[in-house]
Design a protein around this ligand. Structure first.
Ligand code: CA2
Length: 150
């Protein structure tokens, strides 16, 4: 198993930090990438960081994570979380721990955001901590894939 974790970002999250800061904060996607790399580095992991507005490309990357023997996946599939059986199926096939992250608490928002296909197959779900949720997800994954002694 490699020491790389895939951090996958779904549609519209390329806009992070530029619109709706009241909901999603002021940090940009580049800031999130930096946070993920620093957190992973502290735990002896590397990061493959990707964002796409296209469902199929996200499916391709989940398959790639298996093909490259990645240690796990952190995913915020954004609106595809609530709609994509294709992403659900890809996660079922990947056979690696997957942590679902949302910047906002999706359960405190509109009812159409309450149902997640990904939650059904994820190892863990983190929502509502803003971008710190990514650091928490990486720390949790590190504990699963490379438990520390003592
Ligand atoms: O809270 C989250 O992380 C979400 O996954 C964000 C998605 C939303 O569809 C989910 O229900 C919850 C929306 C991402 C849109 O991102 C933007 C960021 C900045 C400005 C505009 C959109």
């Amino acid at each position: 198993m490699s020491k790389t974790i895939y951090v996958l970002y779904g549609p519209n999250l390329n806009l992070l930090g530029t619109r709706e800061p009241d909901k999603y904060g002021h940090a940009t996607l580049a800031d999130v990438e930096k946070l993920c790399r620093e957190t992973a580095d502290r735990h002896g992991l590397a990061v493959e960081f990707r964002q796409s507005n296209h469902e199929g490309e996200i499916v391709d990357w989940i398959q790639e994570a298996r093909a490259t023997d990645a240690a796990g996946i952190v995913i915020n599939a954004a609106a595809y979380t609530m709609t994509s059986i294709a992403i659900l199926d890809a996660i079922l096939a990947v056979q690696r721990p997957v942590v679902e992250v949302h910047i906002t608490n999706i359960h405190a928002r509109e009812s159409f955001r309450h149902h997640s296909y990904i939650s059904k197959v994820a190892k863990a779900v983190i929502c509502g901590f803003g971008i710190q949720g990514y650091a928490l997800a990486i720390i949790g994954l590190a504990a699963i894939v490379a438990p520390r002694k003592g």
